[in-house]
Ligand binder design. Structure first.
Ligand SMILES: CC(=O)N[C@H]1[C@@H](OP(=O)(O)OP(=O)(O)OC[C@H]2O[C@@H](n3ccc(=O)[nH]c3=O)[C@H](O)[C@@H]2O)O[C@H](CO)[C@@H](O)[C@@H]1O[C@H](C)C(=O)N[C@@H](C)C(=O)N[C@H](CCC(=O)O)C(=O)O
Ligand SMILES: Nc1ncnc2c1ncn2[C@@H]1O[C@H](COP(=O)(O)OP(=O)(O)OP(=O)(O)O)[C@@H](O)[C@H]1O
Ligand SMILES: N[C@H](CCC[C@H](N)C(=O)O)C(=O)O
Ligand SMILES: [Mg+2]
Length: 471
């Protein structure tokens, strides 16, 4: 592609790609100079040009010499739009999911439902890029816009027609999860997280609403979970933008959850759709997993799926890695569950899912991540201790922080909790404590494969460690 076609200039220079880190600039690239949390990309413009950048997308006041200056008040947004033209084409049907919790689960179950309906489908998010044959981890939910667009385009070249991706609030705020025409968007729920980055709940919510306000295509559908305190506000955004609204939940019009009954292996859902009632046996426990599967079903219906196929697909949906995953049953007979709950609301949801299955005590192991929202720590401790019979506070990716200080913050909300530094020791203590009839919940790490301490990532998998401790 020529620069003129991409940027609307008269340049005939050939564009070979896009780069947002000057160290990755190759001759013919367009460089995006962004001001970030640690660096000002504008400081690297001269280096990028020396390395062969033909154009630089930067604020009007930035200095660009020796290459075309594509001036934009919001360079990240312009970069996303122009890069999206370059990396096209994309799969025919792409949808995006936002919300505090449930994004990964929803995109993954949407992928499964499409697949069961006969489509070649993929999901992109915290678990990486998942297709029917493969799962490739990317490290972050949305690594960066260039990786994102190349991944989606790569899926199209593999013959994938349906993609569901996770739009995190960081990704939306930094314009790194967009550019691909969207057939539908979805909202799962909203609660406290990431206030270290967004500052206030309202600006966190506003970041998420970019998906509805700007990122969705004009003719997209918006699937909204109705049973969240912010759902009506989301619906307001959908109406204002003029998207096709579909509502799902106890107050939903398109899929209404009439009744939910826990069973030993899952739950029975009575659903109303199009004036009729249906009974679904879902092979997953917990209200939160029912909510996510119903939002997934909404996305499938929004993109042309039929009710009959979607309903039968839901009955066969497979568990999502690290979301209420049963790791092992201890020698005493207590099941040990691993769940990615790392917000107060998620801990509440995970415990609520397990509670109906607990005959004795619920023992929760919990910690909070370093270099992340500090205020959520005592809240996580409080929810865990109010809803569990025993809480063990431990470490979860301390990153650059002092693990003892993070534990102290969690402990401050959890009177009576036991503190065990070292996640393996904490898991061992919980399993040793558990008797028949008890359930152990290991919260916070889910599918993660490492414990991040300082700059190092030490191999760590809650499921494996639980099995070792139970052996
Ligand atoms: C706080 C945050 O989100 N930061 C992300 C952001 O970095 P940034 O723009 O602030 O980068 P910066 O390091 O200040 O650099 C500014 C610019 O200078 C450029 N640069 C920098 C140095 C240099 O030598 N040359 C150069 O060109 C950089 O490429 C960048 O464009 O953009 C980068 C790529 O576009 C991301 O990798 C990076 O994620 C960091 C590593 C991170 O940990 N992010 C987490 C919090 C995150 O985003 N998580 C969410 C999931 C959350 C959830 O689901 O709950 C996610 O979507 O993964
Ligand atoms: N619909 C929901 N309502 C409340 N809690 C939920 C819901 N879905 C998931 N959770 C909780 O959040 C955890 C993470 O779920 P999931 O990975 O699907 O969310 P996510 O939004 O992708 O998270 P992240 O922001 O870290 O990427 C689950 O393990 C569960 O504890
Ligand atoms: N996407 C989330 C994941 C948190 C997982 C938890 N194990 C932690 O490290 O806090 C984040 O980056 O905040
Ligand atoms: Mg996720």
């Amino acid at each position: 592609m020529r620069l003129g076609e991409i940027a609307g200039t008269d340049s005939s220079a050939v564009v070979t790609g896009f780069a947002l880190d000057h160290r990755k600039v190759a001759p013919g690239n367009i460089f995006g100079a962004f001001r970030g949390g640690h660096f000002n990309g504008e400081d690297f413009i001269a280096d990028a040009v020396r390395l062969g950048a033909v154009a630089v997308i930067a604020r009007p006041e930035a200095t660009v010499e020796g290459a075309v200056h594509i001036a934009a008040d919001e360079p990240r947004r312009r970069f996303a739009r122009l890069a999206a033209k370059f990396y096209a084409p994309y799969p025919e049907t792409v949808v995006a999911v936002t919300g505090t919790n449930g994004k990964t689960s929803t995109v993954e179950m949407t992928r499964q439902l499409w697949r069961m309906a006969g489509h070649r489908s993929a999901s992109i998010g915290t678990l990486g890029v998942t297709t029917a044959d493969d799962q490739v981890s990317t490290g972050l939910t949305t690594p960066d816009i260039v990786t994102f667009l190349s991944n989606v385009a790569g899926l199209e070249r593999m013959g994938i027609s349906h993609v569901a991706y996770e739009a995190s609030s960081h990704g939306l705020d930094q314009y790194r999860a967009e550019g691909v025409p969207l057939k539908a968007v979805a909202f799962t729920n909203f609660s406290r997280d990431h206030l270290d980055y967004h500052g206030t709940m309202d600006s966190y919510f506003a970041a998420k609403m970019r998906l509805v306000d700007e990122v969705a295509a004009d003719d997209a559908a918006a699937v909204v979970w109705t049973d969240d305190p912010r759902s009506d506000e989301v619906i307001g955004h959908v109406r204002k933008r003029g998207l096709r609204l579909m509502t799902v939940g106890e107050k939903g019009d398109d899929i209404r959850l009439v009744r939910r009954t826990s069973t030993p292996l899952g739950q029975q859902l009575d659903l109303a759709h199009d004036g009729k009632e249906y009974r679904l046996t879902l092979p997953l426990i917990g209200a939160y997993q029912a909510a996510n599967v119903l939002v997934s079903a909404g996305l499938v219906l929004a993109t042309g799926g039929t009710w009959a196929t979607t309903l039968s697909g839901m009955a066969r949906v497979a568990p999502v890695r690290g979301r209420l995953e049963r790791a092992v049953i201890s020698r005493a007979g207590a099941p040990v569950y691993v769940d990615y709950a790392h917000t107060p609301d998620a801990i509440e949801a995970a415990i609520a899912a397990l509670r109906p299955h607990v005959e004795g005590r619920l023992i929760t192991v919990v910690g909070a991540g370093g270099d992340r929202d500090v205020g959520k720590r005592p809240e996580m401790g409080r929810v865990a201790s109010e809803l569990s019979d025993l809480v063990i506070v431990t470490d979860d990716n301390p990153r650059s922080e002092d693990p003892a200080a993070i534990r102290a913050a969690v402990m401050s909300g959890a009177p009576g909790a036991r503190e065990v530094g070292g996640r393996r020791e904490a898991i061992a203590a919980a399993i040793a404590e558990a008797r028949a009839g008890d359930i152990v919940l290991l919260a916070g790490k889910g599918h993660e494969q490492g414990q991040i301490i300082g700059d190092r990532v030490l191999p760590f998998d809650d499921v494996t460690v639980a099995r070792e401790c139970a052996a």
